[in-house]
Write a protein that binds this ligand. Structure first.
Ligand code: 5GP
Length: 126
């Protein structure tokens, strides 16, 4: 069910539970700022979710309230994950849903990393 992406943060959401180790994930990468793991329902041969360690509902929340260090650390983690997975050639796509019209479902900020095949146009017509 799409959610608003706005605070307050709900710390019972599925990614908060993954961060706390209450639910398993197929981990790809972890550092002080980010955790990355395979999406449970992949939409491309590579579909990784990258989430900040802090409690942010969405990009809107993260960009407005995270520290400079969190923003820099998270952004660099995304680039490193893509590099380490060897995705820079022939390329990849990053996507962050925010709010109901984007179909955001999990209210913890996350970036989708898609790769492994030509990814088509940016938006579906649906
Ligand atoms: P959103 O629509 O919020 O941008 O994307 C949420 C993503 O989280 C979806 O692609 C969905 O497949 C993924 N997802 C939902 N629950 C789980 C889970 O328990 N584990 C993993 N690894 N991914 C999940």
């Amino acid at each position: 069910m799409p959610i608003s992406g706005l605070p307050p943060y709900d710390d019972t959401n599925i990614f908060a539970r993954i961060l706390r180790g209450e639910i398993p994930c197929k981990k790809v990468y972890e550092d002080a700022w980010a955790l990355a793991f395979h999406d449970i329902n992949p939409q491309a041969p590579t579909h990784v979710l990258i989430i900040p360690k802090g409690n942010y509902c969405s990009f809107a929340d993260f960009s407005a309230t995270a520290t400079e260090a969190e923003i820099a650390g998270f952004t660099r983690a995304i680039g490193k994950i893509a590099r380490d997975l060897g995705l820079e050639q022939p390329g990849y796509r990053l996507l962050a849903n925010m709010g109901a019209d984007s179909n955001q479902e999990v209210p913890h900020y996350h970036v989708h990393l898609f790769a492994g095949r030509p990814l088509g146009r940016m938006l579906s017509s649906a």
